[in-house]
Design a protein around this ligand. Structure first.
Ligand code: ADP
Ligand code: MG
Length: 401
């Protein structure tokens, strides 16, 4: 006789998306504007509550025995590696007074990690939503984003702004999210499109040091211009007052990128989608020449995409590796095909690893997918087979992290 599987109520599958940033790069920590959107690709946390006060963590992308930690042992530095992200979320929630239950958490994802698509925020936000719901805590999404960011900054030790978690938790299908990083105010901007992500698969090992250097340069530029942050420079010509050519270029990028975010919002609200394309290509030039965080594979991908008919393209993410976002006409599949062919050929000609192409469709933010996880097939259930996931996850094969 088949045994009856007893299930508690403390179970479920939660999903949080990765994100692409349409405009506004490195503007977040300068109190400026960003315009990200949630992707259809994302991360699931299949969670079952436990009777003891222990977290067990597994990831389909990180085969191996479960990582176990007692809730009361959670402290920054206690856990390193990928598990610091979900464990950090449990820690940040406890710090905020949430009664986090013991739980077994199984992660699965179709966001390529380190590709500038924020697999880290997708992971944090899926876990944050799961644990708050299991704890019966009602935390507004904006606060939840701040807690997930705290996990990344203080527990995983990665300095980053609030953009990624905001996009993952507040994203809405068919919209981009305008985020004012000074006031924290957000607004939804209609944006129905199918963009192309080109994962250059390149990672140049400069990320952490250069990120810190850019932050310091922006602070110094603001100090010399006598403003609290570069957000307060509204006339970009004012940056020419900076004597140091490097600081001048850094400040000019931040100022012009803030302008481009606001311009893109106006264009989208006016339904002038195609005109956002040239803004993307201008942003790439600014990131390459003024902020100096592009990398050869990104420059080649942008050039090849635009030459083949993309409306515009730019590198996204922190820099020195990751993805390019290209705007291709929605109603011209031949151009899309020409762009992918041209970029793949340009990479092949240089004997570079073939790029990966993904759809970027403005999609809904984090949510619960099912009340209960699918029955275990062998061992702990994986969420890959979870029903109810909305939107396509094109070209999204789980990859080793
Ligand atoms: P990005 O957020 O741009 O993808 P990050 O370096 O910020 O890149 O985050 C990637 C890190 O997040 C990975 O190295 C890993 O530690 C963690 N991570 C993300 N997704 C997963 C996953 N599905 N399973 C395990 N760890 C993950
Ligand atoms: Mg990240």
């Amino acid at each position: 006789m088949t045994p009856i599987v007893q299930r508690g109520t403390g179970e479920g599958v939660w999903f949080a998306p990765g994100r692409a940033n349409l405009m506004g790069e490195h503007t977040d920590y300068n109190d400026g504007f960003v315009l990200p959107f949630a992707l259809a690709q994302g991360t699931t946390a299949t969670v079952a509550q436990r009777d003891d006060a222990v977290l067990t963590l597994t990831s389909h992308q990180r085969p191996g025995p479960p990582i176990e930690v007692a809730l009361e042992d959670l402290a920054p530095g206690a856990i390193t590696g990928w598990a610091a992200y979900p464990a950090g979320v449990a820690w940040a929630l406890r710090e905020a007074g949430v009664k986090v239950p013991g739980a077994s958490i199984a992660i699965d994802s179709d966001v390529p990690p380190g590709a500038g698509l924020s697999s880290s925020a997708a992971l944090e936000c899926a876990v944050a939503l799961a644990l708050t719901e299991l704890a019966g805590a009602a935390i507004p999404r904006r606060e939840l984003a701040a807690l997930a960011r705290r996990a990344e900054n203080e527990f995983a030790g990665v300095p980053s702004g609030i953009m990624d978690q905001s996009a993952s938790l507040l994203g809405r299908a068919g919209h981009a999210l305008l985020l004012d990083c000074q006031s924290g105010q957000t607004s939804q901007v209609p944006f129905t499109a199918r963009l192309l992500i080109i994962n250059t698969r390149a990672k140049h090992d400069l990320t952490a040091g250069e990120y810190g250097a850019r932050r310091a340069e922006c602070e110094e530029a603001a100090r010399q211009l006598s403003v609290p942050t570069l957000r307060f420079i509204t006339n970009c010509g004012d940056t020419s007052r900076l004597r140091d050519p490097i600081l001048r270029k850094r400040a000019r990028h931040i100022c012009t990128d803030n302008e481009r975010v606001l311009r893109a919002v106006t264009l989208l609200r006016d339904g002038k989608y195609a005109e956002v394309g040239p803004l993307l290509t201008q942003a790439h030039a600014s990131l390459r020449d003024d902020f100096e965080i592009s990398w050869p594979e990104a420059d080649v991908a942008v050039e090849a995409a635009v030459t083949a008919g993309a409306l515009g393209a730019r590198m996204i993410g922190g820099g020195f590796g990751g993805s390019v976002l290209a705007l291709v006409p929605d109603d011209r599949p031949a151009i899309r095909a020409a762009v992918t062919t041209a970029v793949a050929a340009a990479f092949a000609a240089r004997a570079w690893t073939a790029p990966e192409f993904l759809d970027a469709i403005p999609s809904a933010g984090a949510r619960r997918l099912t009340l209960r996880p699918p029955l275990a097939r062998s061992g702990y259930p994986h969420a890959a087979s979870a029903p109810g996931r909305d939107g396509p996850a094109a070209g999204a094969t789980p990859q080793p992290v």
